[in-house]
Every structure is written in C-alpha cells, then in structure tokens.
Design a binder for this molecule. Structure first.
Ligand code: ADE
Length: 232
C-alpha cells in the first residue's frame, strides 16, 4: 500500500517527517517528495507550496508518478463557523472553490460546466477519523471547507463564503486536491486545524499559530495512518 500525505507549507509536514525519521528525498517537478517505509507500507510525503495550482500538481504527481492509492491532506485553515476556535480540528466532508466565478454567465459560484460545486471526500476515511476522535476523546468537527487562491483576512469576504457555500472553514488547497482525487478515483481526506478566524486579525493569528496548529493536525493525521495500516 502507498499512502500520499500532503501539506501546503513546510510547517505542515515537518512534524510528520520528524515522527517518521528515515526517508529518501526524491526531486521531481521542481519539488521534493519524501519516500518512507513506515510499518511496512510506503508513504510519499510532500508540501505542495501554497494554492490551488501547486496543490493540483502535487496531488496529480502523487497519484500518477508515485502511485499513491489515497491522499491525506494535513494543514491549517481559517475558521468560519464560530464553534471553531484556534487549534480545533475539522475534516472536510466536501469542498468547494470559493473564488471560481463565471456567475456572469448565470452559473452559481464555484461551478464551471462539467464540474461540480461541492466535491466529496472519502466517507470511509472520514469514519476512521471520527472513530479515533471518539475513542480518544478528541473534539473533531466535520463540515464544508471552501478553498481559494487568497488568504482571507476580511469579515466581509468571510461572510460571502459562509453565505454562498455554508462553509465551516477556508483554506487554499483542499478543493483542488479533492478534485484531482475525485477525477482519478482515489480516496481523499482533508484535515485542518484552525490557525486564525479569517478576519482582520488573521495574518497576525496565522503567524502566531501556524506551527502549533499544524502540529495538532499532523499528530491526528498520523493516528489515522496508523489505523489505516492496522485495518489493512
Ligand atoms: N489558511 C489558514 N488561514 C487561512 C486564511 N485566513 N485564508 C486562507 N487560507 C488560510
């Protein structure tokens, strides 16, 4: 079995590489892919760089070049749902591109012909996450995550994303990874820990909480990897 583990930024995969310890570095398509044998399965780990284009490229490479049979994304997000506080964990049940806009032609936000507004993640992987959270008493929210090529630090933009997509959190890579997985028929899982609440203080909060929130997400993601391995 080969599992792909993605983040967008170095901080989002460093705790995972640290836990694994031994890995090989493979340079490909102007990026580094870390290959490891972990409890007798193969892991391919990489940070894509920020945004939908880089994350699309990395997810595609993980599947088509490195033969990953599922993709697990770990990282941070801006919270929209007021229940989500900094450090809280959320898994995406579905994701949408909040900045995809051909509404001038009468289409809804996030939609282009032959696409869909909401892309679902793997129910099976989400259930594994929920089981672990329950058995270890970890608070885990599930909901809609909105993705766009912008760091949101505006209450007005945040309200638009809430009103339009009913999103619980937002970030810059999840929907593109989910789209690649959906089209290539590979299970997808997106986990995020809240680093800020996408308001006017977001850039300050992000700088302060990126590392600690990324670590929370990484730690929980590795519990899921362990469980997938046990389940076979
Ligand atoms: N990732 C974490 N916080 C974010 C924000 N406010 N906007 C976009 N992506 C984020």
């Amino acid at each position: 079995m080969t599992i792909g583990i993605m983040g967008a930024m170095p901080e989002e995969i460093e705790p995972i590489l640290k836990k694994i310890g031994n890995y090989e570095e493979i340079k490909y398509a102007n990026n580094t892919y870390y290959k490891a044998n972990y409890n007798n399965i193969n892991l391919i780990i990489a940070y894509s760089k920020i945004g939908k284009v880089f994350s699309t490229l990395t997810a595609s490479n993980m599947i088509n070049k490195f033969s990953c049979e599922m993709i697990l994304f770990s990282g941070v997000a801006g919270g929209i749902n007021p229940d989500l506080k900094i450090g809280d964990l959320i898994i995406a049940t579905s994701l949408a591109q909040h900045d995809l806009d051909i509404t001038a032609f009468g289409h809804p936000h996030g939609y282009v012909p032959e696409g869909k507004v909401f892309i679902e993640t793997s129910e099976k992987l989400n259930n594994i996450a929920k089981e672990i959270a329950k058995s270890e008493n970890i608070t885990l929210k599930e909901g809609i995550i909105a993705t766009g090529d912008q760091f949101v630090s505006s209450s007005e933009r945040k309200k638009f994303i809430l009103d339009t997509f009913k999103a619980d959190a937002l970030e810059m890579e999840g929907a593109s990874v989910a789209l690649v997985c959906d089209d290539l028929d590979v299970p997808c899982f997106v986990l995020r820990s809240i680093s800020d609440t996408a308001n006017e203080e977001a850039s300050f909060d992000f700088d302060e909480f990126l590392k600690s929130s990324a670590k929370k997400s990484s730690n929980f993601l590795m519990k899921i990897v362990d469980k997938i391995i046990i389940n076979g």
